[in-house]
Design a binder for this molecule. Structure first.
Ligand code: UDX
Ligand code: UDX
Length: 464
């Protein structure tokens, strides 16, 4: 089966970059990305490519090459569904904030709405691809909605989880370690799996495209993220121990990472992992395990989250203790708000929780991030609901000049590992700050010896 038209519902961090890569690698396929948000779609269509709603290195070049040729962004959802042979569902699936499974289970409201809409509109057979990360067995629910509310056409459901990491999305897509495609073990399922495989085989070798049954595919996504997050929590637990002893967490990481069974990646100790996936997917795994009565399994994975919360709290508490047990009225500058470098995404960023803890202590916080706008910072804090929005705006300011921000600051905290922070004139920053001038490096970005030589009181996570 040859695919000529693709529709992707959801023009977010996953849908946008993934479809840009497919369009650029498959010039004969027409790709239409739709979204309920007109604001988002307008930004994807903006003539100034620096206004795209997602910042990813290499993305604007791909969009400029394909947009208007075989890549389209639109709010005409029904039309795009109707025309496509293959429909990707790439909408967000946040953790539920209400009802059963609140705080753990994935909210599938958006997914169900998409399925019902597809069922309503489709007049020809469709392959529906789950791109969103979903709890195991969601494909079954989608299939049931489609089959029972549709116009009698055939639907094949595939699970095709996304493994791209933000900040390196384009490279991760173009040079994927593997692509996972789960589908029904029937002749029709096989045809659908092969149709999707052939899209990826435009640029990836066949052996990197793995086909599995649908449940293995859905579960693998949760498990991959759980294992990755577990490594970060494992090394972060050791960072606390290093700070109490003379061990250096970077040396420990290097020493264990040389063991080929362990491997060197994902062993950077930090102020805590963030991002839209790790916490959500682990909570989801915990919820699924619990719902099957596997409490020990649930407890085991929940500990990864508990350790991550501890790391964020520990970082904030260290700032308070070091600043003579009070930060009330003290100016603390944050370098970085995004959950990692090279992205404007702030979902679950450690910075949000560290700021929240310091605001509770009445600190005056000034934020600088090269890619995150003021409105997003306030939206993140207001979402927590810890204090009134006016209070957040009174105590916390967002600025565009990182150097000026250090004027009369008591401390600087590094929350995101943006490369530009390494290039700053730290001597000039030191001169502007109140003394003693404290730097709390939550990303192990700077050199201890250089910083101490300048005169800073410098604290690096994972080092005494
Ligand atoms: C993705 C995945 O889909 C999610 O499951 C994974 O765990 C994280 O990454 P992401 O692309 O990051 O989500 O989400 P987001 O950037 O919020 O984009 C989702 C888009 O879907 C939004 O633009 C939203 O407006 C749109 N949407 C949502 C629809 O078009 N229709 C809906 O019914 C709901
Ligand atoms: C992750 C997965 O890597 C990706 O495969 C999946 O599709 C989505 O979730 P993402 O959340 O975009 O991607 O970024 P990732 O690079 O995994 O980083 C997640 C968090 O862990 C970040 O806050 C990062 O700073 C932190 N991290 C990562 C560490 O603190 N130390 C490390 O060694 C690695």
């Amino acid at each position: 089966m040859k695919i000529t038209k693709i529709c992707c519902i959801g023009a977010g961090y996953v849908g946008g970059p993934t479809m840009s890569v497919i369009a650029s690698q498959c010039p004969e396929i027409q790709v239409t990305v739709v979204d309920i948000s007109k604001v988002r779609i307008d930004l994807w269509n903006h003539s100034d490519l620096d206004k795209l709603p997602v910042y990813e290195p290499g993305l604007k070049e791909l969009v400029s090459k394909t947009r208007g040729k075989n890549l389209f962004f639109s709010t005409e959802i029904d039309k795009a569904i109707d025309e496509a042979e293959m429909i990707f569902i790439s909408v967000n699936t946040p953790t539920k904030t209400y009802g059963k499974g609140k705080g753990q289970a994935a909210d599938l409201k958006n997914i169900e709405l998409c399925a019902r809409n597809i069922a309503k509109v489709a007049k020809t057979n469709k392959i529906v691809v789950e791109k969103s990360t979903l709890p195991v067995r969601t494909a079954g629910a989608i299939k049931s909605i489609l089959d029972n509310t549709g116009n009698g056409v055939d639907f094949e459901i595939l699970s095709n989880p996304e493994f791209l990491a933000e900040g390196t999305a384009i490279d991760d897509l173009l040079n994927a370690d593997r692509v996972l495609i789960g589908g029904a073990e029937t002749p029709e399922g096989q045809i659908a799996k092969d149709a999707l495989s052939s899209i990826y085989e435009h640029w990836l070798p066949k052996e990197k495209v793995l086909q599995t049954n649908v449940w293995s595919s859905e579960l693998s996504k949760l498990v991959a993220n759980a294992f990755l997050a577990q490594r970060v929590s494992s090394i972060n637990s050791i960072s606390a121990l290093c700070e109490k002893t003379d061990a250096n967490v970077a040396e420990v990481s290097r020493a264990i990472g040389y063991d080929s069974r362990i491997g060197a990646k994902f062993l950077n100790s930090s102020v805590g992992f963030g991002g839209s996936c790790f916490q959500k997917d682990i909570l989801n795994l915990v919820y699924i395990a619990q719902s099957y009565g596997l409490q020990e399994v649930a407890d085991y994975w929940e500990q990864v989250i508990i350790m991550n919360d501890y790391q964020k709290r520990r970082f904030a508490e260290n700032i308070v203790t070091t600043l003579y047990n009070t930060v009330s009225g003290k100016k603390i500058v944050f370098y970085g708000w995004a959950f990692k470098k090279d992205t404007n995404d702030t979902r679950e960023s450690a910075a949000i929780y560290v700021a929240d803890a310091l605001l509770d202590e009445k600190a005056e916080i000034v934020i600088y991030d090269p890619k995150v706008p003021e409105s997003q910072v306030y939206a993140d804090l207001d979402y927590l609901g810890t204090r009134l929005p006016e209070e957040n705006r009174r105590l916390l300011k967002v600025v565009n000049d990182p150097i000026k921000a250090s004027n009369d600051a008591h401390a600087i905290a590094i929350l995101t590992e943006w490369d530009e922070f390494k290039t700053y004139d730290w001597k000039a920053i030191y001169e502007k700050m109140l003394k003693p001038a404290f730097v709390f490096d939550g990303r192990r970005l700077l050199e201890k010896d250089t910083m101490t030589a300048i005169g800073f009181e410098y604290y690096k996570i994972g080092q005494s």
